[in-house]
Design a protein around this ligand. Sequence first.
Ligand code: ADP
Ligand code: MG
Length: 587
Amino acid sequence: MNTATELRNRLRSIDHKGYPAYKDLKGQYQFGDYVLSIDHVQGDPFAAPSRLSVRVEKSKAGFPAAYYDTPAKRITLQDHLTRLFGRWAAGGSFQAKGSGKSGLLSVSRCGQQVLERTALRVKDGDIILRFEAGFPANGRTINARELEKMLFEILPDCVRKSLYYVKIDQEKLRQAICLCEDQQSIRESLRERKLCAFIADGSVLPRESGVSERPMKNAVPFRSPESLRITLKLPNRGDVTGMGIPMGITLFVGGGYHGKSTILQALQNGVYNHIAGDGRELVITDASAFKLRAEDGRSVTGVDISPFIKNLPNRKDTTHFSTEDASGSTSQAANLMEALESGSSLILIDEDTSATNFMVRDSLMAQVITPGEEPITPFISRVRGMYEDLGVSSIIVAGSSGAFFHVADTIIQMKEYVPIDITQKAKAAADAYEGRHRESDTKQASSPSAGDSLRTGGNASEAVFPDFNRKRCPGPDMTLRKDDRIKLKAMGTSELSISKEAVELRYLEQLKDQEQSMALAYLLKYVELRMLDGRKDLRQIGDLLEDQLDRSGLESLFERGEVSAQLARPRKQEILACINRYRKLKL
Ligand code: ADP
Ligand code: MG
């Protein structure tokens, strides 16, 4: 370990030299109460900035152990400190001057969700912060005085104001930790009370705009219908009321523009904790929930979609279904079967993004097209069995079809953004409707009786969920294993690439952050190089990875060399979804 004085001397000795002389600074320096590590030095002032890290020991950082004694609290603490450092760094950025990125000081930018990131890790009370700095130059000539200003004045100030407990706003941090405890307490209550989601009264669900995740101003606050209102006793806030959505099948109906998709989006994001002021802090959903949608064009490798699709015209095997270019309905069926494989116990569906022929078939169509000719058993015929036999609940937005009234346990109408429990009314209407149509229905049922679930107009729901093939054991993609310079890239949350092979992520709506996409790229590489062996199935791979990430974090994906500072942890659902979208997955 070098001293800070040594760094100062080195800096002074390379002043006015050519930019590459900065490379000599790589190393670790003891700065009084923290260690600064210069991990990677940029090649020129216009290249990606240099990568640095700071380590503050527990005794110096001084955060209460109760703030990191559970994973959720530790992640909240990390998130809070990253934001704090980010704010101070933004203020200190570009105070040192020069060409290109000279003077830049930055750390991962955190959005509305609280995510685990490699930017900052609390490990047994020690803090490891990873960030970027633009080493200053005039043209391509080193300006060491400016870097000295950055590393000896600006940075120490930012570090002190964000990583030392005695220096920060302790009340703000305490509130963040308390919120986390309350959120975790709701998550635990969900299971105990057999709920799949909770939305607190007063929550603000809509967002500012299609491109901003911030809360809408002057929105109609959420208010639970009386019949679904429950009270939860939270450790810090005390009693909180809100809507508990029971396990089973829940339907949201209502006219267009009344807030159906908005509530579903809030639910799909409820797998994450949100920061205070977001409006969705107390919207908590089963953490394994998966937003199911159609995704035509995706590739599918060896998925058993036979519970939904059989007898395709080209006699394609649907128990091991593969395609380079799935249709709306086959993609949605594959997405669902993969979600089951990933262990999701809640499926969220919006009619706006579903393939109609996957969801329902009306009785008139079922009369004209006999089951033998129709390869699809619609979701509506399976949704009951999925819950009864597999324990997987569904929340479905369906504004245009009353077909789901029969199978739903809970029916909620959205009316001017206010939910109303119409279960009784809708069930009664459905029964009356059924009575009027019974005659024609019986006629139908007696004629085409092929198929296990097509008894009443293709929408029957009594059938058990058919057995399906749960084991897919991919082998490695050998071309990737032979590639010794694998390049990884992420384009927002819409796509990643691994050795130039693109993987589409844009329809994984629960992927929230570009750093999660980047982590998926690293995870895909890790899985391909280290885990796929033709024996472990994807469910096992998902569980093994989850275990490893729980124990040792994303840092464990890096064996040698330096950990990427710009990764955020995705859920198991997104990890497996990403592997499933890799077009070179070998089965
Ligand atoms: P639907 O899916 O029923 O057609 P959306 O959920 O898309 O309706 O909502 C329609 C519009 O209403 C959106 O622009 C949304 O931002 C807005 N909106 C949703 N909920 C609220 C609310 N609680 N308060 C104010 N505006 C809302
Ligand atoms: Mg909608």
